[in-house]
Design a protein around this ligand. Structure first.
Ligand code: GLU
Length: 451
């Protein structure tokens, strides 16, 4: 007879903190999930007895490795690389690779933990993982990027595989980097497999993968607004970031009749009261992705706009907000400001962009608030579809994929309502996403016994 360990939430979190010292992002991500799961588990003995949450919050493994490369001046540089394989109960580990100086083991553990729930929510068979390096791609030449990617893959290849672990892009890793990593994997293993997603269309990539995260976040937003019989026509939107997620979210907002007021990067944000139209979005894409410039230069091209150095855009009054930059970019005070200024819906394009105080402020105000693990799942969902196409050795049509993405986002929205409907017209999407994601992974783990 199993002796259940009914620790309460504070005691559980004490343990998480003790076992993960100096890993605040990971502790924060676990706390956000545990707050909802403890309530849900209250009358479900087997999840307690089998220590399911405790097991999901302990990665299956964390691989850490040295990445040496030579810069253009002949200097030898040493970086640290990681792959965190959090949980493969419902499918191969799946999740992006991030290259950014802020990357630490804590950041990647939080991302792999979140990814586990997000991937479960898509309904596709994918476990949760994440990887990356503290390598800073900013200012590096194309050949330096290539050498780094090759060196990174020279170690990573032994830990991944089409049925083992399938990485993709994330901050600092786009089509170019995936190309260099795929090339090196193929060279080492002599295998052409679906080991990475986000590939180029000529060599196994899927249509709409690039657009999917941003578009999906807006589809989710539209689903939330529809519960209040509203849509995006005429709504003002504040967006942070100016990378792949932010620019495609902006594009879809414009397509659905909304007006985008802001975009940002690490230097500050631009505010364009005329609205950031498709032409202007194209300019940003070209400027940020191909010329690798700063968002501040937007005001030279479009003089009606203003640049706000060192600031985030949350003080600009808006109807809807989409944080699409990075973790902890929207704090408690920002959340209160958005609500006070009349913001009715927030859809996260980034992973954990809102800190815990902010999450609590949105929940207290009972606005439509979607956590990234629900609203930004469109990217990894189309990655899952890319895996299916690779296994089938064929490519699906754009219309088919667009419809699948829409259906998956609606399915996630339905799951959130199922477990997050609080009555009185309020849906707690955080709770809904956490419980729906947890339940699928937890029930698979129960089937496997103690492993
Ligand atoms: N990095 C993206 C995410 O945060 C996509 C991961 C993937 O496609 O595997 O979900």
């Amino acid at each position: 007879m199993a002796v259940s360990d009914h620790v309460d939430l504070p005691t559980f979190m004490e343990g998480v903190k003790k076992r993960n010292p100096y890993q605040p992002e990971f502790v924060q991500a676990v706390q956000e999930v545990a707050e909802d799961i403890f309530d849900f588990m209250a009358d479900k003995e087997q999840y307690h007895a089998q220590q399911i949450l405790r097991r999901i919050a302990e990665p299956d493994r964390v691989v850490s490795f040295r990445v040496c490369w030579e810069d253009d001046n002949g200097n030898i540089r040493v970086q640290r690389g990681w792959r965190v394989q959090n949980n493969n109960a419902i499918g191969p580990y799946k999740g992006g690779i991030r290259f950014h100086p802020s990357v630490t083991e804590s950041v990647l553990k939080f991302l792999a933990f979140e990814q586990t729930f997000k991937n479960a929510l898509t309904g596709l068979p994918m476990g949760g993982g994440k990887g990356g390096s503290n390598f800073n791609p900013k200012g590096k030449s194309t050949r330096e990027i290539m050498r780094f990617c090759q060196s990174f893959m020279t170690e990573l290849y032994r830990h991944i595989g089409a049925d083992v672990d399938v990485p993709a892009g994330d901050i600092g890793v786009g089509g170019r980097e995936i190309g260099y990593m795929f090339g090196q994997y193929k060279r080492i293993t002599n295998q052409f497999t679906g080991v990475l997603t986000g590939k180029g269309l000529e060599w196994g990539g899927s249509l709409i993968r690039t657009e999917a995260t941003g578009y999906g976040a807006v589809y989710f937003l539209a689903n939330m607004l529809a519960t209040k019989s509203q849509d995006l026509v005429g709504k003002t939107a504040v967006i942070s970031g100016s990378g792949n997620v932010a620019t495609h979210a902006a594009e879809k907002i414009v397509q659905l009749g909304g007006k985008v007021l802001t975009l940002s990067d690490s230097g500050g944000f631009i505010h364009d009261p005329d609205g950031i139209t498709q032409d202007k979005i194209n300019w940003v894409k070209e400027h940020k992705t191909h010329r690798r410039g700063r968002i501040e230069e937007y005001v030279e091209a479009f003089p009606n706009a203003t640049f706000h150095a060192g600031k985030t855009p949350w003080g600009v009054p808006c109807d809807v907000a989409l944080p699409c930059a990075t973790q902890n970019e929207l704090l408690g005070e920002d959340a209160k400001t958005l609500v006070a200024n009349g913001c009715i819906a927030v859809s996260e394009g980034a992973n954990m962009p809102t800190d815990l105080d902010g999450v609590h402020a949105f929940k207290a105000a009972k606005i439509l608030y979607a956590p990234g693990k629900a609203s930004n799942a469109g990217g990894v969902a189309v990655s899952g579809l890319e895996m299916s196409q690779n296994s089938e050795r064929r490519a699906w049509k754009e219309e088919e994929l667009q419809q699948m993405l829409k259906d998956i986002m609606s399915g996630i929205h339905d799951s959130c309502i199922r477990y997050g409907d609080q009555g009185g017209g309020y849906i707690d999407y955080v709770k809904g996403a956490n419980i729906a994601g947890f339940k699928k992974v937890a029930d698979a783990m129960l089937a496997f016994g103690v492993v």
